[in-house]
Every structure is written in C-alpha cells, then in structure tokens.
Design a protein around this ligand. Structure first.
Ligand SMILES: [Zn+2]
Length: 286
C-alpha cells in the first residue's frame, strides 16, 4: 500500500480507451455492480469541463468514470475512493475526483482536498491512470486490481461506452393518465416515480411518497436536463424554491407551463403542478 507520486496531464486525443483503463473498468463492474456500480465512460475526446484549453485525460483514454447509480450508496464509494488512494502507487493512479474532493499525485502528500470544479462528481469517481498503468494489458490489469483490492471473480472484459446521458423517458411507462387537477397527490407522485425509474434515477418502491429519494430523483433528473446546475445547487433531497424553479423552467420549455401567464417563482403551486401533470401525461406510455 503506497500513494502515487507524480502527475502527467493530457496532450492530445488518442483513438480510444487504453487497455489498462478497460481492465480497471471490467474489474469495477464485476465488483460493484450489485451496489449500483456502472460504466460512466472511458474514452471521450474533449476538454476538461469548464476549460476551453485543457484536454481531459478521457481524451487519452486513460481516465475512467466509475459510475454509481444510487446516491444512498455514496459512503461505500467513499471507502472505495480511499482504498484507491492508499493503493494508488501499485495501481498507477495519478488522480481521483469524487464527491467534491480530489487526490492528485501532483501533490500527493496533501491527501484529499476540496474540489471546486464545475461538476461535483457525486455520481461517479473520476480516476486517472498513469501512462504506465494505462498501457498495461487488459487481463494483467484485472489481475493486478484483484490482487490489490480483491475481486468478485467473473470479470467480463468491457470495451468503452460513451458517457451515458440521462434521457427523458424513452422506455415504456405504464401509469394511469393523471387528472390535471393541480393536486400533487399519491397518483401524481407514483407516476413521477415510474418515470424516474424508467430513466434510471429512482430504484425504490413506487409508493406515492414524495420523500427524500423521490426528491433526489427530481433533482438529479433536472440536473441531467441542465436545469439544476451543480455549480449552483446541491442534490440534497430537499425540495425548495431552487428545485421548483428548475422544474418550472423545464415545464415552460416543454410548453406545458405557460410562462407568459404564470410566474417562474420557485413555488409549487396549482398551475405548476397542473403543468407537471400535463407533462407526465405526455410521457405516459412512451
Ligand atoms: Zn471523468
């Protein structure tokens, strides 16, 4: 167990994911799938978010995004992130970003410190490999990660998928059409939960309870749609003016809320709820 020292930034885009990165992802999916681990992408030729100049390590195919599906498992992944840091020398990890914290081999002795980038990294661990680790064989990498961190066996080697973006309800949904009555009751909440299940933001019971996990889903969904930016708002499971304002903006854009007639004021009133119900009816069965 040792901490990696050193950092090498990216220069230009290569052609695809490095084998070492694919190996790391294969290992991750086998070990963390049951806890909601997923492949949030390896290769992506783009700049660092929030910068117009710096090439992201994803462009060299040596950054992996270990995704987590369920926000409530965040403590499991906190522990995982720390294991990665403590074994970063053996694994050849030069940088980790997770949950508003960063570890970088560029200043390894500082440990974790605050990460203020545009994306808070609450739904994935961004893990950067050194060139040495990236160039390792896929199979060797899986064996190495199993040796250092243990494994679940049954590793299926992966290729690279592009970063999946949550899409608005493309899968079939099957709730009853809602009465557009401006009352956000159990039926409306259930319909929303079904919709959020279909887009992967909600994995709990469809119980019509507008509680913590349902609000988390609402906030994540709005974030994915670009209405609840991470540099301004947190995903905290508390529905307040910021969440409702984002929802109103989305519904106005979808034209189920008439923004000429009604204020975008962050209040979850009758007209907003009616607009939300109209939207959910439009999505029904799609
Ligand atoms: Zn990343």
């Amino acid at each position: 167990m040792a901490v990696y020292n050193g950092y090498k930034g990216a220069n230009t885009c290569t052609k695809g994911p490095a084998d070492g990165a694919k190996g790391a992802m294969s290992w991750f999916l086998a070990k963390y799938k049951e806890l909601g681990g997923r492949n949030s992408g390896i290769y992506n030729c783009r700049n660092v978010r929030g910068s117009s100049r710096t090439t992201s390590l994803h462009g060299e195919g040596r950054a992996v995004d270990f995704g987590l599906k369920w926000y409530d498992k965040i403590s499991v992944f906190e522990e995982f992130a720390e294991q990665l840091r403590l074994n970063s020398a053996e694994l050849g990890i030069q940088c980790i970003i997770f949950n508003r914290k960063i570890f970088s081999g560029g200043y390894a002795n500082k440990g974790w410190h605050r990460y203020g980038g545009v994306n808070p990294h609450t739904d994935h661990l961004h893990v950067e490999l050194s060139w040495g680790a990236a160039n390792r064989d896929l199979e060797d990498t899986i064996a190495l990660w199993e040796r250092e961190l243990g494994g679940a066996g049954n590793v299926k080697p992966v290729g690279s998928k592009p970063n999946p973006k949550p899409s608005v309800a493309k899968q079939p949904t099957d709730y009853k059409d809602l009465a557009v009555d401006g009352i956000f009751g159990k039926q409306s909440v259930k319909a929303f939960q079904i919709l959020m299940r279909a887009v992967g933001h909600y994995n709990r019971a469809v119980d019509g309870d507008f509680g913590y996990y349902t609000v988390i889903a609402l906030q994540k969904w709005l974030r994915g749609l670009g209405y609840y930016p991470s540099n301004k708002y947190v995903i905290d499971g508390k529905a307040g003016a910021a969440t409702y304002k984002a929802l109103q903006q989305f519904l106005a854009q979808k034209k189920t809320l008439d923004a000429k007639k009604w204020l975008i004021d962050g209040k979850f009133g009758k007209e907003t709820i009616k607009a939300f119900q109209r939207y959910m009816n439009q999505q029904n069965g799609k």
